[in-house]
Design a protein around this ligand. Structure first.
Ligand code: CA
Length: 222
């Protein structure tokens, strides 16, 4: 999952960035509202963490402009105080949720994963395709009831495939959402990881779930 973090306080931004990367999110940081809008237009983010008090353009304006440009990414707004006015303004400008500063990092993570799960799974946080199941909260994967051990990168890759099941995903899209590195030098790495995943998910099972679509990418389906 790729996240844009918009925060002008350098210490705060690097603290959040580091924490999110440890959780295997791909993170870009913008320090002002204008840069945030630029990045949100050129990159496909899954979620934007948007501070309200920002230089150049404030968070409320950024959010309004995103929505008027039909960029329907999830927006989690950070309000500086627990001010009712900020919350109302934030939600009216098109934010999906808000979090008041100061907050515990765990709380931020919980809000992020709740938003990313919205519309994709039920409240249990369990993704399912055929007999393959992923518990996003417990970070647990099973196939036919048998637990499969995945590295954190493999888990992130499978999660992305499961959230987009039945859609063909290109290598470029995978590199943008699951990896941080540039795509050009990177095609082989994705194929290598996809093979790791295939060995763990499909090997020994009659029904293959990970399919290669030649010249296009990959798809997870029955
Ligand atoms: Ca700020």
């Amino acid at each position: 999952m790729r996240i844009l973090l918009v925060e002008d306080e350098i210490k705060m931004a690097s603290f959040i960035e580091r924490g999110l990367k440890e959780e295997d999110y791909v993170v870009d940081v913008a320090n002002d509202g204008e840069k945030a809008l630029f990045l949100a237009e050129v990159n496909p983010y899954d979620l934007i963490i948007l501070d309200i008090m920002l230089p150049v353009k404030d968070g409320i304006t950024v959010c309004r402009e995103l929505r008027s440009k039909k960029i329907n990414v999830f927006v989690l707004m950070l309000t500086s105080k627990d001010r009712v006015r900020d919350k109302v303004l934030g939600l009216n400008s098109g934010a999906d949720d808000y979090l008041a500063k100061p907050f515990a990092f765990e709380e931020l993570l919980a809000r992020i994963s709740a938003l990313l799960r919205r519309n994709k799974t039920d409240k249990t946080g369990i993704l399912k395709i055929a007999d393959l199941e992923m518990d996003q909260l417990k970070h647990k994967v099973t196939r036919a009831g048998k637990e499969i051990q995945l590295t954190s990168k493999e888990f992130a890759l499978l999660e992305y495939l499961m959230l987009n099941a039945t859609h063909v995903i290109t290598r470029t899209t995978i590199s943008e959402h699951v990896w941080h590195e540039d795509f050009d030098s990177f095609t082989n790495v994705i194929d290598v990881y996809m093979n790791f995943l295939r060995n763990k998910i499909d090997k020994g099972h009659k029904k293959q779930l990970i399919h290669t679509i030649h010249g296009k990418g990959y798809v997870l389906r029955e």
